[in-house]
Design a protein around this ligand. Structure first.
Ligand code: ADP
Ligand code: MG
Length: 538
């Protein structure tokens, strides 16, 4: 073709602005997170400029204030940070999607700017229009001799900029709340939003004369400066009504991605479905979400705590998050760290590990079932508990049953009970024959047993009543029933006539070592199918 041209695309603000206003975030309450984040950034910048020698005035007490005026129908976010000159307003505010935060980080890169400035897209400010029909900025730059300026825009593409009166350094953002957003003119609602997103922001946030945040949460500190009491106190801060956690992991990595955080192992109750969404995701101390589905593997969502990473893309859609390379790496890193921590406790304090196993076993088994990589680590510390309350690793247990618990193909038969009371006579019969019986009765165990059989070579796992014991574990010497064939048949018919459970099979074989001549068995395969259906169907 003869047509060949290069150029730049142009945008009609009057068309794009309504889209930004409406679709920037699905959740309108985010406007407060964005404005407070900007105020925090402005405060951090003045602190940094002072440390870089570019500001030598009084820093004063840096603080962000949020005020509600119900009569005037305004919400005001004020800070005593860097402020803006008229030129800076033109550059940073009037140019939609120009990020002053990114510019700042770039500019001071070689001064060791460590990236704890929050903003990055240059759109946050405009989220104010999701709830406001009119926004005013009253600001005065820290630069000597600068004049205070006022910027107003009613959400059209026209703005007004003029000189104004303001004595002190910093910025007031005044939102005139729109009729359809008056729900935000409520102190409880505002306090709730501030606490949700700002609880751990690094600059004090004041609302109704009270500071709502802890500016130095423990995950930002060096683990070697922290005591157990610090970790426990922080746990209480996150989960005021929970029992103390069993132990915790302090995450701290800066390559190939940046991530800090503290994950706690809670005392798990058996209904672990209800315990999810207890990990909170932060980015530079700003709360983002407690839905960490894509970032934390499913089984680790049983943990509680905080993850903070500026490398998780936050303002993008869910499907993008799933495909993001960093998110995958973070997922793998957390799994590895948790595996390492458990291995370490197991190695250094086996009795302590055993004492906690009733609480953490569920979680370890969940990981073993659902995550290959975790299995590879956990196979060395996951414990099996027998009916005498003794614990064994898989390898240890292979040794325990080596001699006498095999089937005719030479495979080991691991016997287990799901209910010590109901299967009591089977357990006694097993023990009389010198067999060991494991206790595998929790709801996750039917899946766990499947995984064991898939992973461990030459091991079959059978419930004590899956068959008569002498068929489960075949010996050269077979015991002889003490009943005659006629007696056996008569008893079998009698019991079959009254058995109500369809999966049960009646066997009669009065063995000299057993007390009971009639055995009701529940074939392993059928029973396990039913268990799995029951546990996955809920
Ligand atoms: P981002 O924070 O991603 O840079 P925003 O749209 O939230 O984008 O803000 C744009 C820019 O406006 C900021 O980078 C900053 O330069 C300026 N700005 C916004 N709020 C303030 C404030 N309270 N004080 C000083 N500058 C501000
Ligand atoms: Mg911002």
């Amino acid at each position: 073709s003869v047509i060949q041209e290069k150029g730049s695309l142009s945008i009609h603000t009057e068309n794009i602005f309504p889209i930004i206003k409406k679709f920037l975030y699905s959740d309108h309450e985010i406007f407060l997170r964005e404005l407070v984040s900007n105020a925090v950034d402005a405060s951090q910048k003045i602190k940094k400029l002072a440390s870089y020698g570019e500001f030598d005035g009084e820093l004063g007490e840096l603080k962000v204030q949020v005020k509600l005026d119900k009569d005037a129908k305004t919400i005001t976010v004020s800070d005593n940070g860097v402020g803006m000159t008229a030129d800076e307003i033109k550059k940073y505010i009037n140019q939609i999607a120009f990020s002053g935060a990114t510019e700042f980080v770039e500019k001071y890169k070689d001064k060791g700017e460590n990236g704890n400035i929050i903003g990055n897209f240059g759109l946050g400010f405009y989220s104010a229009y999701m709830v406001a029909k009119n926004v005013e900025i009253i600001t005065k730059s820290f630069r000597e001799g600068s004049e205070a300026v006022r910027w107003v825009c009613d959400g059209s593409t026209e703005f007004e900029l003029s000189g104004t009166e303001k004595q002190s350094r910093g910025t007031d953002i005044i939102l005139h709340i729109a009729e359809d957003s008056e729900e935000f003119l409520d102190e409880f609602r505002l306090k709730g939003i501030l606490e949700k997103y700002g609880k751990f922001l690094p600059i004090s946030i004041e609302f109704e004369e009270k500071i709502i945040n802890n500016t130095e949460p423990i995950w930002t500190k060096n683990p070697s400066d922290l005591t157990d009491e610090d970790y426990l106190a922080f746990y209480k801060e996150l989960h005021p009504f929970s029992e103390d956690p069993l132990f915790w992991i302090h995450l701290n990595v800066d390559y190939p991605f940046n991530l800090t955080g503290v994950l706690y192992f809670p005392k798990l109750k058996n209904d672990f479905q209800g315990q999810k969404e207890k990990i909170q995701l932060y980015s530079r101390q700003v709360f983002i979400t407690d839905e960490v589905k894509d970032i934390v593997p499913d089984f680790l969502q049983l943990l509680h705590g905080v993850i903070d990473s500026p490398d998780i893309p936050l303002n993008v859609s869910r499907s993008y998050l799933q495909a993001d390379g960093n998110v995958k790496k973070i997922n793998g890193y957390i799994t590895r760290k948790v595996g390492d921590k458990l291995a370490e406790i197991f190695k250094n304090d086996r009795p302590g590990f055993e004492a906690k196993f009733d609480d953490i076993g569920l979680f370890i088994k969940y990981g073993i079932i659902s995550d290959e990589k975790f299995y590879d680590k956990a196979k060395d510390f996951c414990l099996l508990k027998n009916v005498d309350g003794k614990y064994f690793t898989f390898e240890e247990y292979k040794e325990v049953v080596k001699e006498n618990q095999t089937d005719k193909n030479g495979n080991q038969v691991w016997l287990y009970t799901t209910d010590e009371k109901k299967q009591d006579s089977f357990i006694i019969s097993s023990q009389k024959r010198g067999y060991d019986v494991l206790n595998l009765g929790s709801m996750i165990d039917s899946h766990f047993i499947n995984t064991l059989e898939q992973k461990l070579e030459k091991v079959n796992v059978k419930r004590v009543d899956a068959e008569t014991l002498d068929k489960l574990i075949e010996k050269d010497i077979q015991l002889e029933s003490i009943l005659s064939t006629e007696e056996t048949d008569a008893l079998k018919q009698l019991f079959e006539g009254v058995a109500s459970d369809k999966s049960a099979q009646i066997q009669v074989e009065a063995m000299p070592v057993d007390e009971l001549p009639v055995v009701i068995t529940f074939p392993e395969f059928m029973r396990r199918m039913m268990d799995m259906q029951a546990s996955s169907g809920q």
